[in-house]
Design a protein around this ligand. Structure first.
Ligand code: NAP
Ligand code: MG
Length: 407
């Protein structure tokens, strides 16, 4: 019998945030089949599933974010953000906030969404050959707004009351003659600055061009502030390094950016304001094949890293699973969340074997799709198409077998 290979030892732990529904089911499968046989996995475990968040009054989410600040590397499973339906379904004490929102705010991070590219899966946009990474500003704007329904005629104003002077400023938003709606939102120079810095740093690290876009021709103060901050951070801190690396930074209007992206071959970072990033990351993900082929890395300027899949808990598949039916759920992005965290842990701890292992897991996963074993979501994009789709377990077993061959 061949001698059993010794498992890779870790130095420091990865903060492990477990989640909900189908992704929780696959989370365990990925660990059992791909990681635990080969790595002495050292994690600090937080069950961020909805029940546990409810039991702890969401303290568990805060604990997990604090642990990430301590250990610097985290991997997160998808979690339910409860809506009214979930409050009923789970009998919740209240409609808890999005754990991702809480964690992002605590880590002050920027989220980078990067498609997983494999030659057999053809993007809907034919010209795209390399990843289009979306950097989403994960703070403020419409996600921290206040809003009002205006039921009757009346005037709405924006009022600024300085803390230390009486130089109050007012502008009329609208003098309503008929019912309407109004919204106020904000952002912070510090947050925009660290967002810009995170994006430039990401582009440098991954050696890709970068584009930032907004609508400063219409929003001459709010959007323009973003453009100016990006320009200043670039000029002061990054221009020389970009030139040396032979990569470029371009600012352009958001509508022009969309047109350029459609015609590009990919291979760039597109820095987006919060709402744009929310929308375009889903567009880019689905055009690259499937939401399950998109990872989401949270990188904080303080040196914290959190890795997850971009998709949610895949509720529909979970209900099928609960009924005892087989599902064809794609674990690709969950796998990449783990490999991202393992590689970063290895880099920070000076353990190259951890990064090499992570790369082999990714190669095994890509190789599986290339060999024609893939979940249903990928089939419409596959060229050549496979003879049949694989069920969740089959797909994972094929990856595990490929991995074992390569080790
Ligand atoms: P979702 O879980 O991303 O799933 C939407 C649909 O996309 C699925 O029904 C499925 O399509 C397809 N899909 C997504 N991931 C897939 C995978 N791995 N393999 C195969 N198909 C996949 O979004 P949702 O249904 O809108 O949200 C479900 C829950 O997730 C919600 O409670 C939401 O709060 C939460 N959520 C969490 C996060 C996070 O933690 N990061 C992000 C988004 C949403 P078909 O049904 O057509 O097969
Ligand atoms: Mg979205």
């Amino acid at each position: 019998m061949p001698e059993a290979k010794s498992k890779i030892r870790m130095k420091n732990p990865i903060v492990e945030m477990d989640g909900d529904e189908m992704t929780r089911v696959m989370w365990q499968m990925v660990k059992d089949r791909l990681l635990l046989p080969h790595v002495e996995l050292k994690t600090e475990y937080y069950a961020l599933g909805l029940r546990r968040r409810d039991e702890t009054d969401d303290q568990i989410t805060i604990d997990a974010a604090n642990a990430t600040m301590k250990h610097r590397v985290a991997v997160k499973c998808a979690t339910i953000t409860p809506d009214a339906g979930r409050v009923k379904e789970y009998g919740l004490k209240k409609q808890w906030k999005s754990p991702n929102g809480t964690i992002r705010a605590m880590l002050d991070g920027t989220v980078f969404r990067c498609p997983i590219i494999t030659p057999r899966i053809k993007p809907a946009v034919r010209g795209w050959r390399k990843p289009i990474v979306i950097g989403r500003h994960a703070y403020g704007d419409v996600y921290r707004n206040v809003e009002m329904f205006i039921p009757e005629p009346g005037k709405v104003e924006l009022v600024y009351t300085p803390r230390d002077s009486d130089q109050e400023k007012r502008v009329v938003v609208h003098d309503f003659a008929t019912p309407g709606v109004v919204m106020g939102m904000y952002n912070l120079v510090d947050s925009i600055t660290s967002f810009a810095r995170a994006c430039f740093a990401y582009a440098l690290e991954h050696h890709i061009d970068m584009m930032f876009s907004c609508k400063d021709t219409i929003s001459k103060v709010y959007h323009a502030q973003f453009r100016l901050i990006f320009r200043d951070v670039f000029e002061r801190e990054f221009r020389t390094r970009f030139e040396k690396a032979g990569i470029t930074y371009t600012f352009t209007l958001i509508d022009d950016a969309v047109a350029r992206i459609m015609k590009s071959e990919g291979g760039l970072l597109w820095a987006c304001r919060n709402y744009d990033g929310d929308v375009f990351s889903d567009m880019v993900a689905s055009a690259f094949g499937s939401l399950a082929m998109m990872t989401s890395d949270l990188i904080s300027p303080h040196g914290y890293f959190e890795y997850e899949a971009a998709h949610g808990t895949v509720q529909r598949h979970y209900y099928q699973h609960l009924k005892g039916e087989k599902t064809s759920t794609n674990c690709m992005a969950l796998i990449y969340a783990w490999t991202g965290a393992l590689a970063k842990r290895g880099e920070l701890d000076g353990l190259p074997e951890l990064g090499e292992f992570a790369a082999k897991v990714e190669q095994a996963a890509i190789g599986t799709v290339e060999s024609g074993v893939m979940t249903k979501d990928l089939v419409p994009y596959a060229d050549p198409p496979p003879e049949r789709f694989a069920y969740t377990e089959e797909f994972l077993e094929a990856i595990a077998a490929n991995l074992e061959k390569s080790l």
